[in-house]
Design a protein around this ligand. Structure first.
Ligand code: SAH
Ligand code: F3S
Length: 502
């Protein structure tokens, strides 16, 4: 049985893409390898959003070179955004790569791998570039690839991503995504619904809808137009599903009907990731974000009025072309005043092919970018800590996801906790706050009530409600304000501002 080793970097789209590639190969008789040394194929599913993410892939390709020299039959593949963006460059920098497949061609991976293994030589398949034809031709070249799902292919069977649309048409001046993931194309609501029902039948309890601008979702057919709010109404009615999330939101498309849907539909989580990117109008204009900061603030105020307890999170770029001290200060002010649950903070990285790369010099020195990153991160850390403190003394519903990082490390060091023994587990509240608590492993995949007893900036500490009943629960504001609180070593994907800081 041939074995595959796959490394995934980047966003949720890539996590889902990797799941689907693994599933397709498994159906052809492949299994997963634990290390590259016992793999017959080594794939890197790549990200092009920042240079650093690309550099890491080239380093990894350098490390795999020796393995390929020892075993020429090993298939080395570069999948995803770097494959689309730099198909020729990848093979010239790393000629030992056999397979280069863009995000729109991933369904072809099994056939291409077989062709390589049969002696057919290197295989490259990517979609058309954004100026290489008519919109329809380009869109068609990014084929949709969301086949049947299988719970054994996911990191855990009770959570799943579901794609609402591919690509992006917003063309923010800094962003490579519209170039590598192609035109925005919505999936039909019936297809999304059918996938959700199937996932629930397989034991899935939480679905996260994903799209580059998920709230721009619009599908027209049969004389009607479906928006994201309509989709949420239909998903909320799926029996057996407990939680629905959706990411990422575009500020201008955060419409009152969508906010009302989040407010009124019980399964839709009060968690909104709405990246502002910057706090200054001049920079937002240079970024071609399509809104002013007062429009962002209005949207934010509407969300706060309708959903006072919702967690709102953001992305920010520091050191964008021409960013002055005063402009940076505007971002800092926005973070200090908004109370984002967390923000992903990135240093600007010029991306070939984008408008900013072509027209605006990357003129903020690296040292200044670093310092602004640190200052903004500190401000967000304070905001996150302040936002978490009021949870101490409350009871929260948590979907238990697995071992905490601490116990995960212990497990990989050879002392995994017994299935029925206590372990340090982690899960999330509906508003996406991470909770860490001691409980038996069998609770993984279940919804449990947890009494929150401690808070740090990136996680809450708690006691499972039943065991908390008789236990002294250090209570409320006193503990929160006066005592140094335990912090938990949690770094799950997508958590904390540094987690996506590639
Ligand atoms: N809509 C997408 C955005 C993808 S990129 C989503 O699903 O999140 C994710 C984040 O990376 C962006 O919000 C932006 O903050 C950051 N980013 C994008 N291009 C960048 C660049 N050239 N340099 C630094 N950060 C960038
Ligand atoms: Fe990128 Fe802007 Fe689209 S950040 S993914 S071009 S909304």
């Amino acid at each position: 049985m041939p074995r595959l080793w796959i490394d995934t970097v980047g966003c949720q789209m890539n996590v889902l893409d990797s799941e689907l590639v693994v599933a397709a190969l498994r159906r052809q008789g492949w299994d997963l390898a634990a290390t590259t040394a016992d793999a017959d194929a080594v794939f890197f599913n790549t990200c092009s959003v920042r240079q650093h993410a690309e550099d890491k892939v080239y380093s990894a390709l350098g490390r795999i070179r020796l393995e390929k020299e020892r075993r020429p039959g090993l298939v080395v593949g570069v999948l995803g955004c770097m494959a689309q963006k730099d198909q020729a460059l990848v093979r010239s920098r790393a000629p030992w790569v056999d397979l280069v497949v863009g995000p729109g061609q991933l369904h072809r991976v099994p056939v291409l791998v077989e062709a390589i293994r049969a002696g057919g030589g290197p295989q490259v398949e990517v979609a058309l570039g954004r100026t290489a034809g008519s919109r329809v031709e380009i869109a068609r070249s990014f084929e949709s690839y969301d086949p049947d799902r299988d719970p054994t292919m996911r990191p855990n069977p009770f959570q799943a991503f579901v794609r609402t649309q591919t690509g992006c048409d917003k063309f923010c001046s800094f962003c490579v995504v519209p170039h590598v993931r192609g035109p925005e194309q919505a999936r039909a609501p019936d297809t999304i619904l059918a996938e959700a029902r199937r996932l629930v039948a397989e034991g899935c309890r939480e679905i996260t809808l994903i799209g580059q601008t998920v709230n721009s979702y619009r599908w027209t057919g049969g004389g009607t137009t479906h928006r994201l709010a309509d989709l949420l109404v239909r998903l909320d009615a799926v029996a057996g599903l407990d939680r629905i999330r959706f990411v990422t939101n575009y500020p201008r498309d955060m419409t009152p009907d969508l906010v009302a849907a989040v407010r009124d539909l019980p399964k839709v989580c009060p968690y909104l990731h709405v990246p502002a990117q910057h706090g200054s109008d001049a920079v937002l204009a240079r970024m071609r974000r399509g809104y002013t900061i007062s429009e962002y603030r209005e949207m934010f105020a509407m969300v706060r009025a309708e959903l006072p307890h919702a967690a709102v999170t953001s992305d920010f770029i520091v050191g964008f072309c021409g960013e002055t001290d005063a402009e940076f200060q505007a971002t800092l002010d926005l973070v200090r005043e908004s109370g984002f649950k967390n923000s992903f903070i990135f240093k600007y990285s010029p991306r070939p092919g984008t408008k900013a790369f072509q027209r605006q010099p990357d003129d903020v020195p690296e040292g200044v970018k670093k310092e602004r990153h640190r200052v903004l991160l500190d401000a967000q850390t304070e905001a996150s800590r302040a936002g978490n403190l009021p949870f101490v003394g409350t009871r929260q519903q948590v979907l238990v996801e697995g071992l905490s990082v601490r116990d995960e490390k212990r497990g990989s060091a050879g002392t995994p906790p017994a299935a029925d023994g206590e372990a340090q587990l982690t899960g999330r509240t509906p508003c996406d706050r991470i909770v860490v608590f001691d409980a038996p492993l069998r609770l993984v995949g279940r919804l449990v009530d947890v009494d929150i007893v401690a808070a740090g900036p990136w996680s809450l500490g708690g006691l499972v409600a039943e065991s908390a009943a008789g236990a002294p629960v250090p209570g409320g504001a006193e503990v929160a304000c006066g005592t140094p609180l335990p912090l938990y070593p949690i770094r799950l994907p997508g958590v904390g501002p540094e987690a996506r800081g590639t």
